[in-house]
Design a protein around this ligand. Structure first.
Ligand code: HEM
Length: 434
């Protein structure tokens, strides 16, 4: 950790311990920019693991901070509904720009729609993707500049995951950066240019986007995909996400906005999360040179390192549910209608569920014992695909580059929904031929 980062962290720790418990608000987004939210969760886990925050930028909410309590909420979808919203942010009352998507539905509709796209991650499909991912990873890595600074997020993490996404959708390959743009748009506050990604700057520019403009851009995404949908609906069923949705019994008659919602779910689900695991993995390995040395000495450890990266990074910071009935948890009564936020970033650092949770350990005994993919009926559809991409890209990285130097602090976006890295400037001194 650089000196500035360490000073910020010390200040956050002091604040976390001096704030009265009932005034702690873990959703403060500035702390996600500085990556200093950790001590607040540490205190809640110890002193008030099921915590009520009465006032925040997102209104009142409960925080679920311990591993086992998160599982309790996740597995009780009869009480904890996904329908109102899946993030801490509430849609405005009366706003008719709604995008239904199956992650934000309860059974039976959720289960029916999820089943339609499930074949995309069948074991046969995954096996057929593997050589493609490897050759793409090799090309991306072989084209990286040697000896000069570049942004790892853009050149490696975004590029690899966007190429994968183009394949999953059978999307025109040369236009794939549109997927990055729409994904970034769907997860960014459009009124704040300071928070724009390179993709948003390249496509839209640097000025604040009005709500109408942001929505018009997303409708552009809807119409682009509608066009692909129309082509696939009249062609024979194929094994890509759009064809699966266009031919699926439960999805073929979806209204346009529901189609857009599901497309955005698949774009963001398949893009941002894996992208941040690739970037976060590089940060974790750089900060833990002993662990990097272990995997370099024994590349078979990449298998357990991958889930450890996903746990340690926790790319989705939280998911939210809304209680449909009163529920007792950790000695508290959550009331019907309350907002309940499950903080995966905290559950994954729960000392009572995971040994030495703040350490990054590439050869953990149970590396998949984490909540980064959620649990229960909404557990991530793409988890095996994400793990496979990470495994392959790390195999190819370690073969080629004896060192990768991070030469600036990671730039993180202002959001408490994702634990993300927007920019990571690195320099690679040399490449070994493979
Ligand atoms: C490291 C990478 C990834 C992480 C950390 C991640 C994380 C998550 C999380 C936390 C959830 C919600 C779970 C819950 O509410 O219990 C989720 C759901 C989902 N993910 Fe992922 N994801 C990743 C990669 C992917 C990929 C590659 C895809 C696409 C192929 C994908 C597609 C989805 C979908 C469609 C859902 C909704 C599932 C449902 O509601 O039934 N994810 N993911």
């Amino acid at each position: 950790m650089a000196d500035d980062a360490s000073t910020l962290f010390d200040a956050a720790r002091a604040e976390a311990h001096s704030t009265p418990l009932d005034k702690i608000d873990v959703s403060v987004q500035d702390r996600f920019v500085t990556d200093t939210f950790w001590p607040f969760f540490e205190r809640l886990r110890r002193e008030d693991p099921v915590h009520y925050c009465a006032e925040s930028a997102f209104g009142p909410y409960w925080s679920i901070t311990k591993f086992e309590d998160i599982i309790t909420v996740e597995t009780n979808h009869q009480v904890f509904s996904s329908e109102k919203a899946i993030g801490i942010y509430d849609p405005e009352e009366g706003d008719d720009f709604q995008m239904p998507m199956f992650i934000a539905m309860d059974p039976p509709k959720h289960d029916e729609q999820r089943k339609v796209i499930q074949p995309i991650v069948s074991s046969e499909n995954l096996a057929s993707f593997a050589p493609l991912i490897r050759s793409r990873a090799a090309k991306i890595l072989d084209e990286l500049p040697i000896g000069e600074p570049f942004d790892w997020v853009d050149r490696v993490s975004v590029e690899l995951t966007t190429q994968m996404l183009a394949t999953l959708f059978d999307f025109p390959f040369e236009e794939r950066r549109k997927l990055t743009y729409w994904s970034d748009l769907a997860t960014t506050d459009p009124s704040d240019p300071a928070n724009y990604s390179e993709a948003i700057r390249a496509e839209f520019g640097d000025r604040p986007m009005t709500q109408e403009e942001g929505r018009a851009e997303l409708m552009g995404c809807a119409f682009y995909f509608k066009n692909l949908w129309d082509q696939r609906a009249t062609a024979a069923p194929a094994n890509d996400l759009i064809s699966l949705l266009a031919h699926g019994e439960a999805t073929k008659d979806m209204p346009l906005m529901e189609f857009l919602g599901n497309v955005l779910l698949l774009i963001v689900g398949g893009n941002d999360t894996t992208r941040n695991s690739i970037s976060g993995g590089l940060v974790a390995l750089t900060e833990n040179p002993d662990q990097l040395a272990k995997v370099r000495a024994n590349p078979a450890l990449i298998e357990s390192m991958v889930p450890e990266i996903i746990r340690y990074q926790s790319p989705v910071a939280h998911m939210r549910r809304t209680a449909k009935a009163d529920f007792q948890l950790g000695g508290k009564t959550i009331k019907a209608g309350d907002k309940v936020v499950m903080w995966y970033v905290s559950g994954n650092r729960d000392e009572t569920a995971i040994e030495n949770p703040n350490q990054f350990i590439v050869d953990r005994e149970r590396p998949r014992h984490h909540v980064s993919f959620g649990f229960g009926i909404h557990r991530c559809v793409g988890m095996r695909l994400a793990e496979m991409q990470l495994r392959i890209v790390w195999e190819e990285i370690l073969k080629r580059f004896p060192t990768i130097e991070i030469i600036d602090e990671p730039v993180r976006p202002k959001t408490c929904f994702l634990h993300a890295i927007r920019k990571l400037t690195v320099r690679i001194p040399e490449r070994v031929s493979v």
